[in-house]
Design a protein around this ligand. Structure first.
Ligand code: ADP
Ligand code: GN1
Ligand code: MG
Length: 371
């Protein structure tokens, strides 16, 4: 029987994945590869390798080194984190689906550097699990949040040294705001007049940017990109089986992770939905996120962290909205775009969600207090 994999969409890859695959410790013969997933940063491919008559899938990723300026340090983080998580999953049923496994190169390294200076890595493909670009049920939200909380918990005792900052100040919202102010002044792509309402929306909310930093919350090892599509849900049980996309795992605040879950797992539509009437913070999803997250992270969160759970959803949604707006005004230099105005559309959904959270923030806080 052919695996589901063979239906991967047949867009011609930009890169020679066959050649890249040859550098990794994989037995068998390369069959095909195709772009995979909907990430905004790296180039991800699913490749099929025939291993003794069985088609086996692998994930190959080219790290975007324009964005991740220190790919070697990044891979050192990923190696340490995956090894630590694998140690935790050891002995559990299905352990190799519970943490990403790096495949080494033939030279024994965690990455391969190609002739063009690109950095490549390879992971075992997590089978019988999927990522979703939009949340479909509170059960999914619960499972995703539980998995990200578990992820933080398992990394709490990662031995020193401190992980590298793969992108410095990644969640420093005041600096993200300052970047927006800078591009407003330069108007580099001449798009200011097209985003007047969004700019006004952002400027009115400057005061919220520093709230989490001012709260002096504890630094932890955090994921920092806990988008709903960065956790794989098991096809049979729905369990959040594996947290993926580890490029931004570094020191951070637990609330950056919870906030990004609220951003991506409470609205019923994708991040780039153009019909804004569909964008809303669904309370049952928020409740499921809180319950799921506290089921795994509750034992280590401080009262101060708990107090800001709802606020973090608003702040991180606002912050990513600022980043989409900044990128739009800069002429789409950072996030991959697939149509005109794509970043502006993404910014609009974020700001619509911020508004929806503002309207429900009191009730969200009450709920958190009651749990
Ligand atoms: P990006 O940084 O570009 O978002 P991700 O690491 O999130 O890249 O990968 C993109 C997509 O590829 C994911 O959303 C997921 O669907 C799929 N994917 C990534 N790693 C694996 C894996 N090990 N097994 C199966 N699918 C994966
Ligand atoms: C990017 O890599 P991906 O698509 O999971 C971005 C996140 C944003 C997200 C918005 C390194 O995540 O910070 O929140 O897009 N990653 C980086 O969808 O900038
Ligand atoms: Mg991703």
């Amino acid at each position: 029987m052919k695996p589901e994999s063979l239906s991967i969409h047949r867009v011609k890859p930009k890169h020679n994945v066959r050649q890249v695959a040859g550098h990794f410790q994989i037995h068998g013969s390369f069959q095909e590869a195709a772009p995979y997933g909907s990430g905004h940063i790296n180039d991800t491919y699913c490749a099929i390798i025939d291993q003794a008559g069985m088609p086996v899938r692998y994930i190959f990723q080219r790290i975007n080194h324009n964005i991740f300026k220190t790919p070697v340090a990044l891979m050192e983080n990923v190696q340490r984190v995956t090894a630590h998580l694998a140690g935790r999953a050891d002995g559990q049923l299905d352990h190799s689906r519970r943490a990403l496994t790096l495949v080494s190169t033939r030279a024994g390294d965690a990455y391969h550097r190609d002739g063009e200076g690109s950095y490549w890595r390879c992971y075992l493909f997590i089978e019988r699990a999927k990522t979703y670009d939009a949340v479909e049920s509170p059960q999914q939200a619960y499972q995703a949040a539980k998995a990200f909380g578990q992820f933080q918990k398992m990394l709490a005792d990662l031995p020193l040294p401190r992980l590298h900052d793969t992108i410095p100040d990644f969640h420093h919202t005041p600096k993200r705001f300052a970047n927006l102010e800078k591009v407003i002044l330069t108007n580099k792509a001449n798009r200011l007049s097209l985003a007047k309402a969004e700019i006004d929306f952002a400027l009115k909310r400057k005061s919220i940017c520093s709230v989490l930093l001012d709260a002096k919350l504890p630094e932890r090892v955090t994921h920092n990109d806990t988008k709903f599509n960065n956790v794989m849900l098991d096809n049979a049980t729905g369990e959040g089986i594996c947290v993926i996309d580890l490029d931004t795992v570094m020191p951070g605040l637990a609330l950056y992770d919870f906030g990004d879950m609220v951003r991506t797992a409470t609205s019923p539509v994708r991040e780039d939905e153009q019909d804004l009437s569909k964008v809303t913070m669904q309370f049952p999803m928020f409740e499921a996120l809180v319950r799921g997250y506290l089921s795994s992270a509750g034992e280590f969160l401080t009262p101060a962290e708990k107090k800001f759970l709802a606020f973090s959803g608003k702040l991180i949604t606002f912050e990513i909205g600022l980043r989409f707006l900044t990128d739009y005004l800069e002429g789409d230099a950072y996030f991959k775009v697939h149509r005109d105005g794509h970043n502006l559309d993404r910014c609009r959904t974020q700001f619509k969600l911020v508004e929806s959270i503002e309207q429900q923030e009191h009730a969200m806080n009450k709920l958190v207090e009651s749990i």
